[in-house]
Design a protein around this ligand. Structure first.
Ligand SMILES: [Ca+2]
Ligand SMILES: [Ca+2]
Ligand SMILES: [Ca+2]
Ligand SMILES: [Ca+2]
Ligand SMILES: [Zn+2]
Length: 404
C-alpha cells in the first residue's frame, strides 16, 4: 500500500512537472513568435534633427527643393521655409500654397506631418511609377482617404505621377516650425521676455507670446468690445494666450508676414493639434466671408480625406461679437486675401502611438496635395461664386474691407 501511494505520488509529481515544462516552453515559444504588442513610443523630431534632415534633403534634391531661413527667433534659431516646385526658375503661371506648423510649440504632430510631407514630395517626384504595395497594380490607391481598389487597405499605393504633376503646376511654401523655441521646450508660447501687457514695465514680467494671437487684423475691436473679445484675458502677459504687446510684436509673426507679403499664395493651411476639426474665417465673428461658397467647398473635400469635422462659419461657437482676434487665419484672409484654413490634428496633442502618427502624416499628404490641385482654379471660382454678405454695416466694422 505504501509503495503504491508513493508511486501515485511520483506519477502526480512528474505529470505536474511535465505540464509545467510544456506550459513554460509553449509560453516562451508563443511569445517568441507572436507579433510585438508593445511598440516604443513615437519619437518626434527635435528642432536640430529637423534642421539636419532638411539640409540633407535640400542637398540631395536641388531640382525640386529649396531651403531658406526667414530669420531667427529670440533664442537664435532659424525659422525654415521650404520651397517645393518642379520648376525652380520660373514662377509664372503657378499657383501657390502655404503650409505652416507649430505656431504652438507643444503641438508636435503639426510639424511632424510637414516633415513627412516634404520627404514624400521629394522622393516621389524623383522616381518612376512604383507598385508601392507589391500587388501587381501601379498607383491604384492614391492618398485620398478612400480604399480605391477595395482591398481593405487605404491609400497604400500613392502616385508618383501625381506628385510630379502637382509640382509642375503649384509652388509649395512650407514652414514646419513657426515657433522652434517653443518646440525646444515643449511650450505653446514662444520664449521672448515680456515687459508687462503693453511693454511698459522696466523689468521682465514673464516669458512668451501666443503667436496665433499676435497677427494684426482688427485689433481695435478689443477696445471697442473689451468684454466680448476678452481684452483682459488676452492681454495678461503671463497667460497661456497672451497676444503680445502689439500686432506683429514677435520675430516669428513678423517673419511670416514679410514672407507672405512678397509671395503669391492662393490657399494656406495652418496646422495645430488637437481635436480633429477644420476651421476657416472668420475666427472673431460668426459672419460669413464673401468667399463662403469656395471656403465650404474646399473644406468639405478636406473633411472627406481626413474625416475631420468641418466647422461652418455661421455655426461657430462664436457669437457675432466675440471669438478670437489675432489668428493667422484671420490675417491671411482679411489682409492678404488668401483662402486660409486651420486644421486641428489628432485626438490628442501629441500621440505616442507610431501607427497613429504614421496615419495622420500620410493622410495629410493627401490633404496637402488636394489643396494644391485645387489652388490652380480658385481665382476663377472665387470670381464666379461670391457670397452676398448680410449686415453690411456691422460686417464693415468687423471685417474691414472684406466685409463688402
Ligand atoms: Ca506608387
Ligand atoms: Ca499597387
Ligand atoms: Ca486599397
Ligand atoms: Ca486612396
Ligand atoms: Zn495650436
Amino acid at each position: 500500500m505504501i509503495s503504491s501511494h508513493r508511486n501515485q505520488y511520483r506519477i502526480v509529481c512528474s505529470t505536474f512537472i511535465v505540464l509545467l515544462v510544456i506550459l513554460v516552453s509553449v509560453g516562451s515559444v508563443s511569445s517568441y513568435y507572436s507579433p510585438v504588442v508593445y511598440e516604443d513610443p513615437y519619437e518626434y523630431h527635435t528642432y536640430q534633427q529637423m534642421t539636419d534632415e532638411l539640409q540633407l534633403l535640400a542637398d540631395e534634391y536641388p531640382m525640386v527643393m529649396r531651403l531658406e531661413s526667414l530669420g531667427t527667433t529670440y533664442e537664435g534659431r532659424d525659422i525654415w521655409v521650404i520651397e517645393l516646385s518642379g520648376d525652380q526658375q520660373n514662377t509664372s503661371g503657378q499657383s501657390g500654397v502655404l503650409f505652416m506648423g507649430a505656431h504652438h510649440g507643444n503641438e508636435k504632430p503639426s510639424f511632424e506631418i510637414l516633415i513627412y510631407f516634404i520627404n514624400h514630395m521629394v522622393t516621389y517626384s524623383q522616381r518612376a511609377n512604383t507598385d508601392d504595395d507589391g500587388d501587381g497594380l501601379v498607383n491604384e490607391d492614391i492618398i485620398d482617404g478612400a480604399d480605391n481598389d477595395g482591398d481593405g487597405l487605404v491609400d497604400e499605393d500613392p502616385s508618383e505621377d501625381r506628385v510630379r504633376d502637382v509640382l509642375n503646376h503649384t509652388r509649395f511654401y512650407v514652414i514646419p516650425m513657426v515657433n522652434p523655441d517653443g518646440v525646444e521646450v515643449d511650450s505653446r508660447k514662444n520664449r521672448a521676455p515680456n515687459y508687462g501687457p503693453y511693454g511698459l514695465s522696466p523689468e521682465i514680467t514673464s516669458y512668451g507670446v501666443d503667436l496665433n494671437r499676435n497677427y494684426g487684423f482688427q485689433w481695435f475691436l478689443y477696445y471697442l468690445f473689451p468684454l466680448s473679445y476678452h481684452l483682459t484675458y488676452y492681454s495678461l502677459d503671463s497667460g497661456f494666450n497672451f497676444r503680445g504687446e502689439h500686432p506683429f510684436s514677435e520675430e516669428e509673426t513678423m517673419a511670416v508676414k514679410a514672407f507672405v507679403e512678397v509671395h503669391d499664395i492662393d490657399i494656406s493651411i495652418s496646422y495645430h493639434s488637437y481635436g480633429e476639426f477644420i476651421l476657416f474665417p472668420w475666427t472673431h465673428t460668426s459672419l460669413v466671408t464673401p468667399d463662403e461658397v469656395v471656403f465650404r467647398s474646399i473644406g468639405s473635400n478636406i473633411s472627406r480625406i481626413n474625416d475631420y469635422y468641418l466647422y461652418l462659419g455661421n455655426e461657430y461657437v462664436i457669437p457675432r461679437f466675440g471669438g478670437t482676434i489675432g489668428t493667422s487665419e484671420n490675417w491671411l484672409y482679411g489682409e492678404q486675401g488668401i483662402l486660409s484654413y486651420t486644421i486641428e490634428l489628432c485626438e490628442h496633442r501629441a500621440p505616442t502611438d507610431p501607427v497613429v502618427v504614421e496615419e495622420v502624416c500620410r493622410t495629410h499628404v493627401g490633404v496637402n496635395l488636394y489643396v494644391a490641385e485645387r489652388s490652380n482654379t480658385v481665382d476663377v471660382e472665387r470670381a464666379l461664386f461670391p457670397t452676398e454678405v448680410c449686415g453690411s454695416f456691422w460686417s464693415r466694422w468687423l471685417c474691414g474691407s472684406f466685409g463688402r
